[in-house]
Design a protein around this ligand. Structure first.
Ligand SMILES: C[S@@+](CC[C@H](N)C(=O)[O-])C[C@H]1O[C@@H](n2cnc3c(N)ncnc32)[C@H](O)[C@@H]1O
Length: 231
């Protein structure tokens, strides 16, 4: 089947972006996210996606080759038009329909309970309001749906945590908003998901940058979502 790639439905790229943010950073993200450890996580997590899939922070599309035959339709959401253009080129080789959405995950332009699987790889670290984004995921995912994730975040050892807190302001500036100090499992649970599977470990590389949270979460049954209520 031919991939269908729609135009981004709305521009989310701020007009006041610097040259570095608009032109250099997307290329750095594309190169940095091709490393061996990331590729191994992609190969373990992404093939589990089924049905109608929403990938938030689709970036340059590095997960696209890892989706399996169970995917019927993919929405690839990212606020960066430059990264979406790179993903669009990779999508030509993909056999299921893809719509790219130039949006932030804090406001997802999809209906309630419309998605079977959400995929999130190294994205929650960069989202400006992670609690709001996760509530949006909770809203669009079906009650029997699955959130598949690989994220880096807050390490368990206080010595590593201290380095994460120290480095975070500079790191965040250099990387376009990535944070080293988010406790990913807690954020996911607080947004109304149960963790069906969670693996935490250090990947290759400097410890403050490489404490990984990977696994699967399901919407907590019986808990209503309300995007407007505080969590
Ligand atoms: C480190 S990159 C990871 C890209 C991709 N997920 C991957 O695995 O290669 C972080 C991504 O999050 C995206 N991002 C930043 N803020 C976002 C937001 N509010 N909503 C959705 N994506 C966002 C960035 O544009 C970038 O594509």
């Amino acid at each position: 089947m031919q991939s269908t790639i729609s135009n981004p439905v709305r521009t989310a790229t701020p007009q006041n972006m610097s040259f570095y943010q608009k032109w250099i950073l997307p290329r750095l993200v594309d190169v940095a996210m091709r490393n061996r450890a990331a590729t191994r996580y992609r190969s373990l997590i992404v093939p589990k996606a089924r049905g109608t899939v929403l990938e938030i922070g689709v970036g340059s599309g590095l997960n696209l080759p890892f989706y399996g035959t169970g995917v019927e339709h993919l929405y690839g959401l990212d606020p960066s038009e430059e990264l979406l253009a790179m993903a669009g080129k990779k999508a030509r080789a993909i056999a299921f329909p893809i719509d790219f959405l130039a949006h932030a995950s804090e406001e997802i332009p999809l209906d309630d309970s419309s998605v079977d699987t959400v995929v999130m790889t190294w994205t929650l670290c960069s989202v400006a309001d992670p609690a709001k984004a996760l509530k949006e995921l909770r809203r669009v995912i079906k009650s029997g749906g699955t959130l598949l994730f690989v994220e880096h975040g807050l390490a368990p050892e206080s010595r590593v945590q201290a380095w994460q807190q120290r480095l975070n302001p500079l790191w965040s500036k250099l990387t376009g908003g990535c944070n080293l100090n988010r406790k990913m499992d807690q954020l996911i649970r607080t947004a109304g998901f149960d963790l069906a599977e969670l693996k935490t470990e250090y990947a290759e590389g400097p410890r403050p940058l490489t404490y990984m949270y990977s696994g699967q979460a399901r919407p907590r049954l019986g808990q209503r979502f309300d995007v407007h209520s505080p969590i």
